[in-house]
Write a protein that binds this ligand. Structure first.
Ligand SMILES: *[C@@H]1O[C@H](CO)[C@@H](O)[C@H](O)[C@H]1NC(C)=O
Length: 291
């Protein structure tokens, strides 16, 4: 990884001058090795309003968000450096929550979740064979989450909405308050924790989850900053049946209720967010995986 070392030297030199690190000094992006099924990497020249229309958005412009909000009001484009598989043609994006993030009549949740355009609820290529979802996340200290709550950050929801095949979460998992709140957690379909890692401030954390829809397994990969991904679990048994759609963004559950969809407590005046980069689904047939 001599490029990383070079980058470190350059970054230190530039930082000493008090300037930002220009994008072209970023270590070379990791290369995607397998066919991309859905690409959620945002173009460096994308405008916020691009995400309001299906003709210009790479995501579903209509779902899953506050009824009165447009994606151009929800998404932010902070300076966060390039995520693992993002190159100079991509930029990170932030998904935010406010008091208006109420979807349909779901008064209990605050949510803003992106779906890949073309990831249909039934018959999607993302829900068959062996697929890997890649994503990198970074904390925005200006829009801190309240980790007393449970947040879904990336998940795959079954077509009949009865379950999520996996859940990538942070915060306090309702009913499992013994788990530390300040971690990223991968939970299986039965809401059992498969793996977790502490949240790091000021650094990208890179994840990949391989779903084998034939063998009914999932496997987790992880790295920090520019490091290559490494497998952190075996392919563990998981019920991946039921098709459905991927979603990434924030779904904040309320506290103090058994009916999380419709009731419970939510602080008012919230301004919360998570920064994403390097989001895509690749075809992992024959064991292909980008690291
Ligand atoms: C965090 O959430 C808890 C539970 O809803 C609430 O009591 C607390 O006031 C919140 N804290 C902040 C800083 O919003």
């Amino acid at each position: 990884m001599h490029s990383t070392t070079l980058f470190g030297v350059l970054a230190a030199a530039v930082a000493a001058n008090g300037a930002c690190v220009p994008r072209d000094l970023h270590a070379t992006a990791a290369e995607v090795q397998c066919p991309i099924v859905f690409d959620g990497r945002v173009s460096a020249d994308a405008e916020p309003t691009d995400f309001d229309s299906s003709s210009s958005s790479i995501f579903n412009p209509d779902y899953v968000k506050g009824n009165d909000l447009k994606w151009s009001e929800i998404l932010q484009f902070p300076e966060a450096g390039s995520a693992h598989f993002d190159d100079e043609t991509h930029k990170p994006f932030e998904v935010t929550l406010s008091d208006e993030s109420i979807f349909q009549t779901q008064q209990g949740f605050r949510r803003a979740g992106l779906q890949f355009k073309g990831d249909t609820n039934n018959g999607s290529p993302g829900s068959e064979g062996i697929k890997t979802i890649h994503f990198s996340v970074k904390i925005d200290p200006q829009r801190a989450l309240n980790l007393s709550h449970e947040y879904l950050v990336v998940w795959h929801e079954a077509a009949d909405y009865s379950a999520n095949q996996f859940n990538f979460e942070t915060g306090t998992v309702i009913g499992q308050e013994g788990l530390p709140e300040d971690t990223w957690k991968v939970l299986d379909r039965n809401y059992q924790q498969v793996w977790s890692t502490p949240i790091i401030q000021d650094e990208w954390q890179n994840f990949a989850i391989t779903l084998d829809f034939d063998k009914n397994t999932l496997q987790v990969y992880y790295s920090e900053a520019d490091e290559p991904l490494e497998s952190v679990t075996d392919a563990v048994s998981n019920n991946n049946a039921g098709e459905g759609q991927y979603q990434f963004g924030l779904l904040k559950k309320p506290t103090g209720t058994d009916d999380v969809v419709n009731s419970g407590y939510q602080e008012s005046g919230i301004d919360e967010g998570i920064i994403y980069g390097s989001v895509f689904i690749e075809d992992s047939a024959d064991g292909c995986i980008s690291l």
